[in-house]
Write a protein that binds this ligand. Structure first.
Ligand code: GSH
Length: 265
C-alpha cells in the first residue's frame, strides 16, 4: 500500500460530532468502501471528489503523506489508505463494529480484507484503466452524482493523458491486464468460499465485505466481466453490500483475454 496513517485521535463517545471530510475519485472502489463504512457507522461527512492524477497535487497541497485516495480528514487529523481509515473509524466509533469480536473470526476477516485491498483491488484497477485508455468516454458514467468542479464533458475531453499516466502508474500493461483476467476465476472462487464459510456475507457487513464488494461492483461495471460475476455468490454479495455503483464500460477487452473467464463459467 502506498498510504500511511499519519495521526491518531482520542476515541470519541458515540454521540460526539465528528468533523469529517472524505477525499475520493469518482468510481474509486476503496473510496466507495470508506464512504459506505462511514454511512454504516452513522458518521456524517462531507466529500471532495477529485479528478484522477490531478488528485496527486491536491493531496500533496493538503499535506497528506501520500497521493492516493481514499484520504480522510477527521477533526483536522489526516488518515490515508482504506485499511488505515477502517481502523481509525473503528477506533473513534466502535459501534456498529467492522470486525468480529472473536479473535479467530477477526483474523479470517482481516485476511479477506487484506486480499481485497492488496490483490483484488489492483487487478480490477488495472483492467479498468486499460479499458479507459482505449476510450475515455465511459469515465463520464462514473462521475454520476460526483462534484468534480468542472463540466464532465470537459473532463472526458481532456482525460486522455491523465488516464494514460494513471494506467502507467499502476502498470496496466497488456501482459498485466491479461494476467489479472486469468487470475479472476480463482479470486472469485476464493470469495465464494469465504461466503460459504461465513467470513463474508454475514447479517451485518464487516470490513472485508466493504473492501471486496466494492471491488466486485467496479468489476461488474465492465460489460466484459459482468457475466462471470453477477450470478454467483460473490456477485450477489456485491449487489447486497453496494446496491448503487455508477459507471459502465461497454465491451472492449480482446476476446482471447476473456477466455479463462468463459472457461471457468
Ligand atoms: N490500496 C489502497 C489503494 C489506493 C489507490 O490506489 N487509490 C486509487 C484510486 S482507486 C488512486 O488514488 N488513484 C490515483 C489516481 O487515479 O490518480 C487503498 O485501499 O487505500
Amino acid at each position: 500500500m502506498t498510504a500511511v496513517r499519519t495521526e491518531t485521535l482520542p476515541a470519541q463517545a458515540d454521540s460526539a460530532p465528528i468533523d469529517t471530510r472524505l477525499f475520493t475519485i469518482p468510481g474509486s472502489h476503496p473510496g466507495t468502501a470508506v464512504r459506505l463504512m462511514l454511512e454504516y457507522k452513522g458518521i456524517e461527512h462531507k466529500r471532495t471528489d477529485l479528478l484522477p492524477v490531478l488528485s496527486w497535487a491536491v493531496l500533496k497541497a493538503l499535506r497528506f503523506p501520500g497521493v492516493r485516495v481514499p484520504a480522510i480528514k477527521i477533526d483536522g487529523h489526516k488518515v490515508q489508505g482504506s485499511r488505515e481509515i477502517t481502523r481509525e473509524l473503528e477506533r473513534i466509533k466502535p459501534q456498529p463494529p467492522l470486525f468480529p469480536a472473536d479473535p479467530d473470526r477477526r483474523t479470517a476477516v482481516e485476511e479477506a480484507e487484506r486480499f481485497g485491498d492488496e490483490d483484488l483491488q489492483q487487478s480490477i484497477r488495472r483492467i479498468l484503466l486499460w479499458a479507459l485508455r482505449q476510450d475515455t468516454a465511459p469515465f463520464a458514467s462514473f462521475a454520476e452524482g460526483s462534484r468534480i468542479g468542472i463540466p464532465i464533458g470537459l473532463a472526458v475531453k481532456t482525460a486522455g493523458p491523465f488516464v494514460a499516466l494513471d494506467a502507467r502508474s499502476v502498470e496496466a500493461s497488456d501482459a498485466n491486464v491479461r494476467e489479472a483476467i486469468s487470475a479472476l476465476p480463482a479470486m472469485l472462487n476464493r470469495i465464494d468460499d469465504w461466503i460459504a464459510e461465513g467470513v463474508l456475507g454475514g447479517e451485518q457487513p464487516n470490513a472485508a465485505d466493504f473492501q471486496i464488494a466494492t471491488c466486485l461492483r467496479l468489476a461488474i461495471s465492465l460489460d466484459d466481466l459482468r457475466p462471470a460475476i453477477e450470478h454467483r455468490p460473490a456477485g450477489e454479495l456485491a449487489f447486497r453490500v453496494v446496491p448503487d455503483y455508477p459507471g459502465r464500460i461497454p465491451p472492449v477487452l480482446p476476446a482471447a483475454w476473456l477466455e479463462p473467464l468463459r472457461a471457468s463459467a
